[in-house]
Every structure is written in C-alpha cells, then in structure tokens.
Design a binder for this molecule. Structure first.
Ligand code: AMP
Length: 288
C-alpha cells in the first residue's frame, strides 16, 4: 500500500508501514513531528490541539481511530460518529497527514497484549468503565510506537486519561514529549465533545448547566466548604437540571486522582464529573 493522496486534500496513511514511511521521509529532512490522537468527529476542541501541535513541531499527524477496545459491550462503539471526509476537510491547512488505520491493521489476528496501569486508572472513570483505560493505554502506546513522534498531544477534557497516559509514558520510558491542551467549550460553557451530537435540543440545554454547577461547586470548596458537603449539593443540582444519572462528582488530587482524606484539598485539586442525560454520557472537569 501507499499513502492515499486522492480521497482528500490531506494525505491519509492507512497502515503502520505507510505511516512509518511518511514519518521517515520527514525525519530525513530533519523535521520534528507531533501526533494528535483522536477518534474523529472532529470539533474545535480537537482542532485546538492540532493548532497547538503546529506551534510545537514541523509536521503534524492526526490519527483517527475509533478504538473498539476502549468501549465496553454496552457502550456506544457502533453508534459513535464516523465522519472521515468532514474530518479531513477540517484538517486542511492544519495537519500534514491523517493516520486512519482499520481495526484489523491495529489488532491483527492473534493480538494479545494489554497495557494496564494500577492506581490512577482505578477511581472515577475506571470504577464505571473497568476496561476503558487498558484499551486507551494500549492503543495510545501503539499509536506512539507507530508514529514515533517527538511530541504527543492530548486534551484536558479527558483529565484522568491525561494522567493515565502521562504515567504510562513515564513508567515505560516512552521517548516522547507529552503535552496537554486546555478544554474548548461552547458559548454556554459545555465542554465540546463528539458525543454532544447525540443530545436532543432539550438535553443540550440542560447539558449547558453541567459546567456551571461544576464551577460553583469548585468555588464553594475553594472558599472553605467541606468537599463532601459541596459535592452532595452539586450532585443534587445536576439531577435537578435534568440529568438522569450521576456517575460521580468528585474533588480529587489533580495528579494522582486520590481522594483527600481531610475532606478539603491539600495541594492541587481537580473537580471531575460524569453524568448521563438520555442516552448520552458526558464528562467534564476543571481546576479547584
Ligand atoms: P476523542 O476524539 O474524544 O478521543 O478526543 C481526542 C483528543 O481530543 C483527546 O486528547 C481529548 O481529550 C481531546 N479533546 C476532546 N474534546 C476536547 C475539548 N473540548 N477541548 C480540548 N480537547 C478535547
């Protein structure tokens, strides 16, 4: 196979070999490379990471791969939006190469390796999606090992994921610089997400309250309210504005995601939430 240069204005590599060939050619010219891993359905949040990548490296590779192994059987893998042509159009003039492998290329017959981390993967998302982070860690390690970029860029939107990948890169001595980009939000503060496309107009309106409640809960704790009291109040409000189920609303150590034993922050803290509205599960976070 060779690079697909005809489907879109941006070339697409569909196999590891094609990706490696393109990257090797850049390396020969002495160019630096950034990788931005995504699952596609690109929005301004993704594009902000691509812009950040552009300021850090000479060439930018965006991977688009809806990774089956990070979805549990009851989750939205088959419904997840797949919009490759629109994604390619959005990346025009921003990225230099799309890496869009298929599942058989990423996980050929006999594939048997899983990277699993303890500690930071266990609470929050890990408690509600027990197989999620092993899927994420394994696919991110593969994407980095395939592209061998100088720098890999992820969003703070998935804060726990950011901490998990940072841990993995450090623990496995993966020779890549690791960088997080800030959360891009809609006008009402809703964190941009490919999953926002699932929301009905009514759900979308309620979803805009999540970041407001998150901020106000964080402010209460910053002003001295005990964590359990503030999060209990915030939890009630999330359900009152129209969310159907709250998975968690927690204030945790920003790096380890451990709980604070004294019911008040002792060092950098982050508030994190996951809640379902209709069939859509939304997550968000911010500093305290
Ligand atoms: P996804 O396609 O959802 O796997 O996301 C790909 C990357 O984009 C991840 O590193 C996400 O954290 C990041 N991302 C998703 N939404 C946003 C957002 N609203 N702002 C900044 N980064 C984001």
């Amino acid at each position: 196979m060779t690079l697909d240069t005809t489907s879109y204005k941006i070339p697409v590599a569909r196999s590891a070999a094609d990706l490696r060939e393109a990257v090797a050619a850049w390396r020969k010219e002495g160019l630096s490379i950034a990788l931005v891993p995504t699952m596609g359905a690109l929005h301004e949040g993704h594009l902000s990471l691509v812009d950040l990548a552009r300021t850090k490296a000479d060439r930018v590779v965006v991977s688009i791969f809806v990774n089956p192994t990070q979805f549990a059987p009851n989750e939205d893998f088959s419904a997840y939006p797949r919009t490759e042509a629109a994604d390619a159009a959005r990346l025009e003039g921003k990225a230099d190469l799309i890496f869009a492998p298929d599942a058989a290329d990423m996980y050929p017959e006999g594939f048997s390796t899983t990277i699993s981390l303890s500690g930071v993967t266990e609470p929050l998302e890990g408690a509600f999606r027990p197989t999620h982070f092993a899927g994420v860690a394994t696919v991110v390690a593969k994407l980095i090992l395939r592209a061998m970029p100088d720098i890999a860029i992820f969003g703070e939107k998935d804060w726990q994921q950011l901490m998990v990948i940072r841990r993995m890169v450090a623990d496995l001595d993966i020779p890549v610089e690791f960088l997080g980009g800030p959360i891009m939000r809609e006008a009402d503060g809703l964190a941009m997400s490919s999953r926002n496309a699932y929301l009905s107009p009514e759900e979308r309106k309620a979803a805009g309250q999540l970041n407001v409640i998150l901020r106000e809960t964080a402010v209460s704790v910053a002003k001295g309210m005990p964590i359990s009291e503030a999060t209990a109040e915030g939890s009630k409000r999330i359900l009152a504005v129209g969310f159907d189920k709250l998975d968690y609303l927690e204030i945790r150590d920003a790096a380890s995601l451990a709980a604070f034993p004294d019911n008040k922050p002792a060092g950098p803290a982050r508030i994190l939430v996951a809640a379902k509205i209709g069939r859509t599960r939304l997550i968000d976070n911010m500093p305290v």
